[in-house]
Each structure stands twice: as structure tokens, then as C-alpha cells.
Design a protein around this ligand. Structure first.
Ligand SMILES: C[S@@+](CC[C@H](N)C(=O)[O-])C[C@H]1O[C@@H](n2cnc3c(N)ncnc32)[C@H](O)[C@@H]1O
Length: 215
């Protein structure tokens, strides 16, 4: 998500250390202290402006959620949206999904979400795709045995790439939907900002759920 750099972004984040951190490695091993209760932990990598992760935290008070976003201004917009909600089961990170193993202890996350990740269509940018094998290896470390990954996108090319990448990595698919909004899987679906936009244009939404081998 590209947005214009805003001067207020960094100061706003610095003013709200109770809800967002720019130094996620400093919380390694103690993320549960960021929440009112110790509960299962789920994370979205690339939360954008936070619509999905805030919606999930409202819909599932029995789960703790972390939204992670690399772009400072985008993360600050998510923070702006989250602040008035005062959700005891949500915390945010401004950081890089490539650093998950430096932010989280092995096996500490129950479920991961990737929603409408940047497609990086050029082959020379493959390593930047959030479903590239080096990212999957990183996710595998931090996700609990038995925990899984959910991925939604409107982008057919990225979806096909991700199916192949996860399959080559040895991940086990639990479900694949080629038109989420027309399927029973859509019940209870929390829409992301991009999902609303593309579904509104009549585009099908693709979804897969999978878990790592040996689980
Ligand atoms: C296309 S937007 C989708 C936002 C949101 N998930 C949605 O569905 O509305 C993808 C977001 O992922 C973020 N992103 C890309 N690479 C990332 C990374 N390595 N770590 C964290 N966030 C990343 C981008 O900055 C962007 O805000």
C-alpha cells in the first residue's frame, strides 16, 4: 500500500507505545504482556490500514491479535483507526514480516494471515513476495505445530504462485476457494480494505488455508 509520507506518523506512533511498537524485537518472549489476558495469538503480516485485524479483534475477543505493517505512515493510519476502539486483545507493530523470527519465539503464534499481499509481478522481485520460500521458512519457525496460514487475494497470478510455493515447501492445504464470497467459507469472513474494494468491482476473491508439514 503506497501512501504519501505524513509528518505526523512517527510522532503519533511514539506517543502510543501502549498500542504500537517500532521495536518488536524488544517484546520477544513477552507478547502476551501486551494484552489484558493470555490467549491464543494470531498475526496479520501486511495489515495495511488495519481494517481486517481490528475487525477480527472485535469479532474474536477470545483471541489476541497482532497487526504488522512495514510502512510507517500506513501503520500510523492503522493506529489512528485502532485507538478509539480500545480493544484489549489487539496490538500493532511497525516492522518487517521478514523479521518475524527476531520478533517472536519459536512456536509462539497460533495462526497467520496474509491478505492481498503486494504481488511483485516481476520475476526479479520474487523474493519480496510474502509467500516466497524464505518467508515461509520464517513463518514455520514462529508458528506453533498445528498452527496454520490463511491467504486471501484478488490477484490470480499471485494466488497461483503461492499455491505452488506453499506446495513446494511441503505445506498441507486445508482449503482452496476460487470465489470466496460465493462459497460457504464466506460465513464469518472479516473483509479487508482491499477485499471490499476488489469484490465491489465484481472480482473473485481467492483464499487458501494451509499448515506446515509434520503437524
Ligand atoms: C496491498 S496492501 C493490503 C493491505 C491489507 N492487508 C488489505 O487487504 O487491505 C499490502 C500491505 O502489506 C505491506 N507489506 C508489504 N511487505 C511487507 C513486509 N515485508 N512486512 C510487513 N508489511 C508488508 C505493505 O506496506 C502494504 O500496506
Amino acid at each position: 500500500m503506497r501512501v504519501k509520507h505524513k509528518k505526523w506518523a512517527a510522532p503519533l506512533m511514539e506517543a502510543h507505545p501502549e498500542l504500537i511498537t517500532l521495536d518488536p524485537a524488544s517484546f520477544k518472549g513477552r507478547w502476551q504482556e501486551r494484552f489484558e489476558k493470555s490467549q491464543p495469538l494470531q498475526i496479520e503480516v501486511g495489515m495495511g490500514k488495519g481494517q481486517f485485524i481490528i475487525g477480527m479483534a472485535k469479532a474474536h475477543p477470545e483471541i489476541n491479535f497482532i497487526g504488522l505493517e512495514i510502512e510507517q505512515t500506513v501503520a500510523a493510519i492503522a493506529l489512528k483507526h485502532a485507538l478509539p476502539e480500545r480493544l484489549p486483545n489487539l496490538t500493532l507493530i511497525c516492522g518487517d514480516g521478514a523479521g518475524l523470527d527476531t520478533y517472536f519465539e519459536d512456536g509462539s503464534i497460533d495462526r497467520m494471515y496474509l491478505n492481498f499481499s503486494d504481488p511483485w509481478p516481476k520475476t526479479r522481485h520474487e523474493k519480496r513476495r510474502l509467500t516466497y520460500k524464505s518467508f515461509l521458512a520464517n513463518y514455520q519457525k514462529v508458528v506453533k505445530p498445528g498452527g496454520g496460514l490463511e491467504f486471501k487475494t484478488d490477484n490470480q497470478g499471485l494466488f497461483e504462485y503461492s499455491l505452488t510455493s506453499l506446495n513446494n515447501f511441503g505445506m498441507v492445504f486445508d482449503g482452496v476457494w476460487l470465489n470466496l464470497h460465493e462459497s460457504p467459507e464466506n460465513e464469518g469472513n472479516v473483509e479487508t480494505e482491499y477485499e471490499q474494494r476488489f469484490a465491489g468491482l465484481g472480482q473473485p476473491i481467492y483464499k487458501l488455508t494451509a499448515h506446515f508439514p509434520g503437524e
